[in-house]
Write a protein that binds this ligand. Structure first.
Ligand code: FAD
Length: 471
């Protein structure tokens, strides 16, 4: 076996990002990936019918488009193109209207009635100082580089989404919009720091936009892989690593794995105390994922829903709070909050002429075996009567199926671990990317800044490995 400076286990966005950063620094790297295809949470496949390209996991990319690391790589030269719909997202209601989040805060806030100025007051400072905030919040815990900006953001971000929405907004529709944004946390919305998800994703909707990737999420992965191979990096697929003994000798091993897998793969080389900390790491609720091949676009009642790729289906503020609360109590909501993406409205390359793909998931308790397909389809039908008549085929990925597709999705948790406050900045342990075992590092979304396709966990882990093992 060839010897490499560094080996990465797992070719998800963070594994690829770590490999790219190491290769950019002149180190020889090889990635071992368990699946036949690379990309982990950023892969596309014909899940339903031939010619219909679906995003198997992630689909919407404010974090990738806003990633300071990906921006450095000029991935457009390697085939990545983000497609920006006219609006970032839409949130329909039972009265046939929708709040539509346009890039312009001015345009958007005009539609918010009595919340027009409070919405602007809340989001404008975050949007205007997005670059400063990204430098302080999309990085491992440190003393802020922009203390005043960080303090004024942190003061609001530390609150629960429920209390921030109730104290800031008057209109139920604005509160519901904020709850939908914050629900991406997978944490009950009355918990501390859930407001941070609403603020960051809302700010990104204005500062960056919520784009999709042309031809599907695989194009993000392929661009990273081409970049890596140009630098001489190697990728071995269909090679699951069950023990570090399977690997050739190397100075650094970076695991794009979550703590439970790290214990399995590297447990023997880890001190008992650290192993126990990894074993105590908490996983979050799961996703129940559906994809459809459609004969026509979703027949939305609210015209605004045609302006965005992403649509949040949950109705009122109270309904979204209740649905997320139930999940946190180990129950499945009758009317789940659904995150939906309709990429072919803006990227027709993914389906045969005139036909469409649709992607959606709702939150369920970790490991849940409850079949949510009817409940999710009922939520779509509620805001788009006649939706079921458009269905040509569907794919259902329950939490166990997701984990079979990608071993990192423990019990269907898509964020590499719960994102509640105590695991938000210090994940998976106080040592973050490092482990007590010499040359062994963690680069997955179980490290800061957590879930999402941004490659920053991989980038920071690579920086630590370069400093400690690869000088
Ligand atoms: C249904 C769903 C929807 C999502 N939606 C979005 C979204 O819209 N936008 C967004 O930004 N993020 C989204 N995410 C989250 C995003 O996909 C993840 O946060 C991201 O992929 C994490 O990247 P990673 O590299 O840390 O891990 P992963 O992408 O999970 O990659 C880990 C890789 O390691 C491999 N692996 C695991 N075990 C082994 C082993 N023993 N040996 C070798 N290889 C191994 C896996 O096969 C996989 O390829 C979604 C995820 C899911 C599942």
């Amino acid at each position: 076996m060839t010897n490499y400076d560094a080996i990465i286990i797992g070719a998800g966005p963070n594994g690829l990002a770590a490999a790219v950063e190491l290769a950019r620094s002149g180190r020889s790297v090889c990635i071992y990936e368990a699946n036949r295809t690379i990309g982990g949470g950023a892969r596309s496949a014909e899940l339903t019918l031939p010619g219909f390209i679906h995003d198997v996991c992630s689909a919407v990319y404010p974090l990738a488009a806003g990633s300071p690391f990906f921006s450095k790589l000029s991935l457009q030269k390697y085939g990545l193109e983000f497609v920006y719909p006219p609006a970032s997202l839409a949130h329909p209601f039972d009265d046939g209207t929708a709040v539509v989040v346009h890039r312009s805060i001015e345009v958007m806030s005009e539609s918010l009635g009595r919340d027009r100025s409070t919405y602007k007051q809340l989001f404008l400072p975050v949007v205007e100082r997005w670059n400063e905030l990204a430098e302080d919040f999309l990085v491992p815990l440190h003393f802020p580089r922009h203390p005043l900006t960080a303090a004024s953001f942190g003061f609001r971000a530390i609150r629960s989404a429920k209390s921030l929405a109730e104290s800031t907004f008057t209109e139920d529709k604005t509160r519901a919009l904020f709850a939908g944004l914050a629900a991406h946390s997978f944490v009950a919305l009355d918990r501390f720091a859930t407001a941070s998800f609403g603020l960051v994703l809302g700010a990104l909707a204005h500062a960056i936009g919520w784009p999709i990737a042309r031809r599907g999420s695989q194009s993000i992965t392929n661009a990273l892989a081409r970049y890596l191979m140009n630098l001489g990096g190697e990728i071995v697929t269909d090679k699951r690593i069950d023990s570090l003994n399977q690997l050739p000798s190397t100075k650094a091993i970076l695991c794009d794995l979550t703590p439970r897998q790290i214990v399995r793969v590297a447990g023997a080389s880890l001190p008992a105390g650290y192993r126990r900390k990894l074993e105590r790491y908490r996983y979050g609720p799961a996703a129940f994922k559906l994809d459809w091949a459609l004969s026509s676009p979703v027949p939305w009642t609210a015209p605004g829903c045609y302006e965005a790729a992403t649509v949040h289906l949950g109705g009122s503020f109270a309904e979204i709070l209740a649905s997320e609360q139930q999940v946190s109590q180990g129950k499945c909501a009758e009317k789940p909050f659904v995150i939906l993406s309709q990429p072919t409205l803006f990227d027709p390359s993914r389906a045969p002429n005139g036909q469409h793909t649709l992607w959606a998931y709702c939150h369920v308790p970790n490991g849940s075996s409850v079949d949510m397909r009817n409940r999710v389809e009922n939520q779509i039908e509620r805001f788009a009567p006649g939706f079921r008549d458009c269905i040509l085929a569907r794919s259902v990925l329950a939490p166990a199926d997701l984990e079979r597709h990608n071993a990192n999705l423990i019990g269907g948790d898509i964020n590499g671990g719960s994102q509640h406050l105590s695991q938000m900045f210090l994940r998976p342990t106080f040592s973050l990317y490092s482990t007590p075992s010499k040359g062994l590092y963690i680069c997955s979304s179980s490290t800061p800044p957590g879930g999402g396709v941004h490659g920053l966990c991989g980038y920071y882990a690579a920086q630590v490995a370069l400093r400690k093992s690869l000088r």
